[in-house]
Design a protein around this ligand. Structure first.
Ligand SMILES: NC(=O)c1ccc[n+]([C@@H]2O[C@H](COP(=O)([O-])OP(=O)(O)OC[C@H]3O[C@@H](n4cnc5c(N)ncnc54)[C@H](O)[C@@H]3O)[C@@H](O)[C@H]2O)c1
Length: 230
C-alpha cells in the first residue's frame, strides 16, 4: 500500500492519499477508519465496496482436494459471505451513514458479470484431469455478486432522499497473466473477443463517483465486452 501510495503521489502531484489497514468484517475496525477520516477531513464523499475473499478453489494449504459444489465447505461459504456481503453491509452502515447525515455521497458496490449470469464452468476445466479433480468457480462467488445488487437496490431506495446515490458496477474478467488456454476459452464467450484491462474501468468509476451521474441511483453498470448479452 505504501508503494502504491508513493506511485500515485508521483503520478498525481498534490493529491492527498491516505491508506489504512483494516478488516471490513469488523465494525469496530471500520469505525476507527471513519473516525480518523472525519477528524482529518470532516467529511466522507464516496465508498467503493470492492473487497472479495477470492478463495483458492484448488484447496491450497488446507489440502481439501478439488472443491466442487457438492463438497464446497460451509467454512469457505461463511468466509466469502463475511467479506463480500457482510463486509459491504458494514461499510455501508459505517461510511454511508456519514454521507446520509451530510446529505451527499456516493456508494459503488463492485459485483461482476457473475452477478448477472452463472459461471460457464467449462472454461475452468482442465484437459486430462479426472472428473472428481476438476475445479469449479465457487457457488459463494455467484451468491455474493448477486447479493451485492440487492444491497445496492435496497440502499438506493433507502437513502434516495438523503442525497446518497448507490450503484453497482459489474466488471468482467481482467487479463492478468492467466493460462493462455483459459484466456482463449473465455475470450470466445465475449463478443469483443478479449478480456478487459484495468484502465478500461477508470472512466466509468470517475463518472459514477462524480455529479456527472447525479440522476443515477440503484443502477447496474456492466462493463463486460458484451459477455452477458450474448
Ligand atoms: N479480477 C477480475 O477479473 C474481476 C472480475 C469481475 C469482478 N471482480 C471483482 O472486483 C473486485 C476486485 O477484484 P480483484 O481481482 O482486484 O480481487 P483481489 O483478490 O485482487 O482483491 C481483493 C482485495 O480484497 C481484500 N480483502 C479481502 N478480505 C478483506 C477484509 N476482510 N477486509 C479488507 N479487505 C479485504 C484483499 O486484501 C484484496 O486486496 C472483487 O469484488 C471481484 O469480485 C474482479
Amino acid at each position: 500500500m505504501e508503494r502504491t501510495k508513493a506511485d500515485l503521489e508521483k503520478a498525481y502531484p498534490g493529491a492527498r492519499i491516505e491508506t489504512f489497514v483494516t478488516d471490513i468484517t469488523s465494525r469496530d475496525a471500520l469505525c476507527q477508519v471513519r473516525d480518523a477520516l472525519l477528524s482529518k477531513y470532516g467529511h466522507i464523499d464516496g465508498l467503493i465496496n470492492n473487497a472479495a475473499n477470492n478463495p483458492k478453489v484448488e484447496g491450497g494449504s488446507k489440502n481439501l482436494g478439488a472443491i466442487q459444489f457438492h463438497n464446497f465447505p460451509v467454512e469457505m461459504w461463511n468466509e466469502d459471505i463475511a467479506v463480500g456481503l457482510t463486509g459491504s453491509l458494514l461499510c455501508a452502515q459505517v461510511f454511508g451513514q456519514v454521507m446520509a447525515e451530510q446529505g451527499k455521497g456516493v456508494i459503488i458496490n463492485i459485483s461482476s458479470d457473475y452477478g448477472i449470469i452463472a459461471p460457464n464452468q467449462s472454461i475452468y476445466r482442465k484437459e486430462g484431469v479426472p472428473e472428481d479433480q476438476q475445479i469449479v468457480k465457487p457457488v459463494s462467488y455467484s451468491v455474493v455478486k448477486h447479493g451485492i445488487m440487492g444491497l445496492t437496490k435496497y440502499l438506493a431506495v433507502y437513502w434516495a432522499k438523503k442525497g446518497v446515490r448507490v450503484n453497482t458496477l459489474c466488471p468482467a474478467s481482467l487479463e492478468n497473466g492467466q493460462d493462455p488456454a483459459f484466456v482463449q476459452k473465455i475470450s470466445q464467450l465475449i463478443p469483443m473477443g478479449r478480456m478487459s484491462r484495468p484502465d478500461e474501468y477508470v472512466g466509468t468509476v470517475l463518472y459514477m463517483l462524480s455529479d456527472a451521474s447525479s440522476y443515477m441511483t440503484g443502477a447496474t453498470v456492466v462493463l463486460d465486452g458484451g459477455r452477458t448479452i450474448w
